[in-house]
Design a protein around this ligand. Structure first.
Ligand code: NAD
Length: 259
């Protein structure tokens, strides 16, 4: 028996990294998974991969900063699978610069994706989640940068901190429907966002992502890096019945980067 048997889950930013691992794990645990991402080609590979292992999946490309895209995702998930039980707001991006050098575009993009994107998705999902006794689950994805600050990430830290207030408010507003809303603050997960910037040719929204090698090496002197699969396990916990009475919480999953 799977921990999410019969549940319908939407995962944003699911084409790679942590979101992809969430989608695969949810499907293994019996959920019908509807995935979305701005990158269509790797997203289709995730859908096909889940189907190939006998799981239930569908999805469509979409940008979480676009409210119409968010509504389409929620409408299609609910229509195709009959409900919307679990929403994982995972899409995110870094756009690092020291504050005195940060551009408006860098600030706006980072805050729009992480913070406004999460607001857009929750509001779009409300049509399907706000039902008496629904027992829905919302898991937002923040970072220890939102708890402790981080040099070069004023936009990202502010967006991820903002998610904490958003999470607690949704937990209060929707608690009476049996819906929980929690936020995970990750430390260092080995994904495109944390690979060596110098090594990456790929541009995301016109800039290379990743972190400078010397910063990466310093972090890895202190902690063991998580794989996306490691990072997905606490998401499954918060989505499952085991966490039915945990709400409004920040779950620190950082291997001790911040404690
Ligand atoms: N990797 C880490 O160490 C770490 C640490 C703390 C928090 N996080 C958070 O975890 C989440 C997942 O990140 P990851 O490390 O797996 O990175 P990733 O780059 O591997 O995956 C993020 C995905 O989000 C998608 N995305 C970006 N902008 C989008 C948009 N506007 N609409 C829809 N999808 C969009 C990307 O295309 C990508 O597939 C992010 O919210 C990130 O901030 C990661």
């Amino acid at each position: 028996m799977g921990k999410l048997d019969g549940k319908v889950a939407v995962v944003t930013g699911a084409a790679r990294g942590i979101g992809r691992a969430d989608a695969l794990l949810f499907a293994e645990e019996g959920a019908a998974v509807f995935v979305t991402d701005i990158d269509e080609a790797p997203l289709l590979e995730v859908i096909n991969g889940i189907r190939a292992m006998g799981g239930i999946a569908d999805g469509c490309a979409g940008d979480v900063t676009n409210i119409d895209d968010c509504q389409t995702v929620m409408d299609r998930a609910a229509k195709e699978f009959g409900a919307l039980d679990v929403l994982v707001n995972n899409a995110g991006l870094t756009r690092d610069a020291l504050i005195h050098k940060m551009t408006d575009a860098q600030w706006d993009l980072c805050v729009d994706i992480s913070l406004k994107g999460t607001f857009n998705c929750i509001r779009a999902a409300s049509k399907y989640m706000l039902k008496e006794g629904h027992n829905g689950r919302i898991i937002n994805v923040a970072s220890v940068a939102g708890l402790m600050g981080n040099i070069g990430q004023v936009n990202y830290s502010a967006a991820k901190s903002g998610l904490i207030g958003l999470t607690k408010t949704v937990a209060r507003e929707w608690g009476r429907f049996g819906i929980t809303c929690n936020v995970i603050a990750y430390g260092f997960v080995d994904t495109r966002l944390t690979r060596e910037k110098e090594d990456q040719q790929e541009e995301v929204y016109g800039e290379a992502v990743g972190i400078p090698k010397k910063v990466r090496d310093l972090v890895l002197l202190q902690v063991k890096p998580m794989t996306p699969e490691d990072a997905a396990k606490p998401v499954l916990f918060l989505a499952s019945d085991d966490a039915a009475f945990i709400t409004g919480q920040v779950l620190n999953v950082s291997a001790g980067i911040y404690m």
